[in-house]
Write a protein that binds this ligand. Structure first.
Ligand code: NAP
Length: 288
């Protein structure tokens, strides 16, 4: 596979700026451009010197690009893709890093030009921080990236996007976008819902009890506050755009929670012990 000449990053937040840092270090491309909306972000990107050129004009930013990587909130894709799709080189490959995949595949099927070469992707990596200054080389090392190309997607484009992620240390899986959204609903989206909800409850209790609940919170709660500090716009979009899968998984989760409540109510220690032993084993398998 020959070396990529021009890469354009649309959006330069935590994910794309981490990718830009790692790809630059690996000399994956010859020249890179970043485009961002706000002046303040553009200034930050210039100072960081992680790309060769920074643009505010989306059309100009993509006209010479061989590979375009979209790293903005999923809700903003349609507007940006409509803006750039007529300015792309015919052989240009577009990919993305968005956390929800079915809505993007639907957008491609129904609202964008048929000849657009788009390989949907989602690197499972991140932190609670945002913006170009929070990115770092190494974010993707040893993680998984999921690609959800349609059956008719250009095979060379899929191979190139796979190569990009393996270059920065990720293992790559290819799956159907519906399956991706169901898996991510339970492993990522519902844990975020729980964190947002429990931190919200504790902060309201603090007001009503007039007690310093947060001050004395121990490590379990601290972990929730880290997750609940994630970007509000990004998470609003993820939850709304993965509504169907999240609602299905929430139903299963609420049923399991009810069983746990019943076990406590019935003093069913055996149920609790069995469940906690099973979950402890899962932790050991996850952190090897
Ligand atoms: P981020 O740090 O908040 O950066 C967002 C970027 O998108 C900024 O460059 C911002 O530019 C731009 N942007 C925001 N709203 C926009 C809009 N309406 N139109 C055009 N550009 C807009 O975000 P991130 O964490 O890198 O996330 C980017 C994507 O990666 C999201 O789709 C998210 O689902 C996905 N993702 C995130 C994580 C994670 O843990 N954070 C993990 C995997 C995947 P300006 O500042 O100039 O507005």
């Amino acid at each position: 596979m020959k070396k990529i000449k021009n890469v354009t990053f649309i959006g330069m937040g935590l994910i794309n700026s981490s990718l830009a840092r790692s790809l630059k270090k690996k000399k994956f491309y010859e020249h890179s451009v970043a485009v961002s909306r706000r002046k303040s972000t553009i200034e930050k990107i210039k100072k960081l010197q992680i790309v060769d050129k920074v643009e505010s004009d989306y059309k100009k930013a993509v006209e010479n690009a061989d590979l375009i990587i979209i790293g903005i909130p999923v809700n903003a894709y349609e507007r940006v893709l409509k803006k750039i799709s007529n300015n792309l080189k015919p052989e240009a490959i577009v990919t993305d890093v968005g956390s929800v995949k079915q809505s993007i595949v639907k957008l491609l099927r129904n609202k964008l030009p048929d000849n657009l070469i788009f390989v949907p992707g989602h690197p499972i990596a991140g932190t609670e921080n945002s913006g170009p200054e929070s990115g770092f080389d190494g974010l993707f090392r040893n993680g998984w990236c999921i690609l959800t190309p349609e059956n008719n997607c250009n095979k060379n484009a899929v191979e190139l996007v796979k190569k990009m992620w393996t270059t920065v240390g990720m293992k790559v899986d290819v799956m159907d976008s519906h399956h991706h959204d169901m898996v991510l609903a339970i492993t990522s989206h519902i844990p975020h819902i729980i964190a947002y909800s429990i931190v919200g409850t504790v902060s309201s209790l603090e007001k009503s009890l007039k007690k310093e609940v947060i001050k004395y919170a121990a490590s379990g709660f601290r972990d929730f506050t880290r997750i609940a500090a994630s970007d509000p716009v990004m998470w609003r979009d993820i939850l709304l755009m993965n509504k169907d899968s999240i609602l299905k998984m929430l139903k299963i989760f609420k049923n399991d929670l009810k069983q746990l409540e019943n076990a406590i109510n019935n003093r069913d220690g055996s149920y609790l012990h069995k469940l906690f032993s099973r979950t402890r084993k899962i932790r050991k398998d996850v952190i090897k």
